[in-house]
Design a protein around this ligand. Structure first.
Ligand SMILES: [Fe+2]
Length: 319
């Protein structure tokens, strides 16, 4: 008779970074072989703190990054941007236009936008290049009641195709051309509730950010004014956390309860991060109405990259 020694694992440590959002998890080596209890602890911390950070995960490569991602759900490719590895990894490389210095939630121009994003730092500049996250659940909860009632009853149209040159004058002509050729190769328009009920926590979260084109039933000027009021509550410094990256760091965020912003202040120093996104579900508003894809008629199969290792030369400004 053989006896099997019980597998001992020490529970990961979770320490808050900000009062309303963000925690550092230590004592975990990320990968596909984590035990169920550790994965459950990570998921629980992620749902509570909205973004969690891990230091010293230099051992990860595209394969183990993806394998770890599968412990949280099904990886999904970007709807338009070819992957960096022919599978699911999106390269966010400043040298190739990969800047994200606008507040946004990833891929909200499609109905079932990702539940989680997992970002791994490969090349980090000597200064700058931080990322900020904002908690869209506490932003909603902190709204004055009349604004909560207004938001509960609004729906917004999100698109990946807008006038980048007008919105982002700092983009070069080449960046603007890339946006049209790669990122907006297919124009998506999706109507989401402005307030969705989180499928795992039951919290109400605001669904806004840079892909919002207008609010349903409102003209351009009213849309801009109302979105501006709600967005200002999301971006309040007390509602955010700011992360100073080191090489080997991993950040995972609940994309259904956050917005984020990549600060573009590292001058000409390179900055390269790799992202895997995990499939989400179609948002449901407080009235039970689901998000609706307006165009095209269905979300086409994602355009995966070509041969493995083939890098895209066109990571867009917002991803
Ligand atoms: Fe992003």
């Amino acid at each position: 008779m053989t006896s099997v020694a019980p597998r001992t694992t020490s529970a990961p440590t979770v320490e808050k970074v900000g009062g309303r959002i963000g925690a550092v998890i230590s004592g975990v080596r990320l990968g596909g072989g984590l035990d169920e209890a550790t994965v459950a602890a990570i998921r629980s911390a992620l749902l509570e703190h909205k973004v969690v950070f891990f230091r010293d995960q230099q051992h990860l490569d595209p394969e183990s990054h993806e394998e770890f991602g599968r412990l949280l759900g099904e990886p999904v490719a970007h709807p338009t941007v070819p992957s960096a590895d022919g599978r699911y990894t999106l390269s966010i490389d400043k040298e190739h236009g990969g800047r994200a210095n606008q507040w946004h939630t990833d891929v909200t121009f499609v109905p079932a936008y990702p539940a989680f994003s997992i970002l791994r730092a490969e090349v980090i500049p000597p200064y700058g290049g931080n990322t900020l996250w904002a908690n869209t659940a506490t932003a909603y909860a902190g709204l004055p009641e009349p604004l909560r009632i207004l938001a509960d009853n609004l729906r917004g149209v999100h698109t990946n195709n807008f006038d980048y040159a007008a919105v982002r004058p700092e983009l070069t002509e080449r960046d603007v051309e890339r946006q049209a050729a790669v990122f907006a190769a297919v124009t998506f328009r999706t109507e989401h509730p402005v307030v969705r009920v989180h499928p795992e926590t039951g919290e109400r979260t605001l669904v806004l950010g840079n892909f919002v084109q207008r609010l349903s039933g409102l003209g351009a000027r009213d849309s801009q004014a109302v979105v501006g009021i709600l967005q200002s509550h999301i971006e309040r410094p007390e509602n955010t956390v700011r992360w100073q990256w080191r090489t080997g760091d991993v950040a995972i965020w609940d994309n259904r309860a956050t917005q984020h912003y990549g600060v573009d202040d590292s001058d000409e120093h390179p900055r390269v991060l790799r992202r895997i996104t995990i499939d989400g579900d179609v948002p449901v508003g407080v009235d039970g109405r689901r998000s609706v894809l307006l165009t095209p008629r269905s979300v086409p199969a994602p355009a995966h990259g070509g041969a493995s290792g083939e890098s895209t030369d066109g990571t867009p400004a917002e991803v």
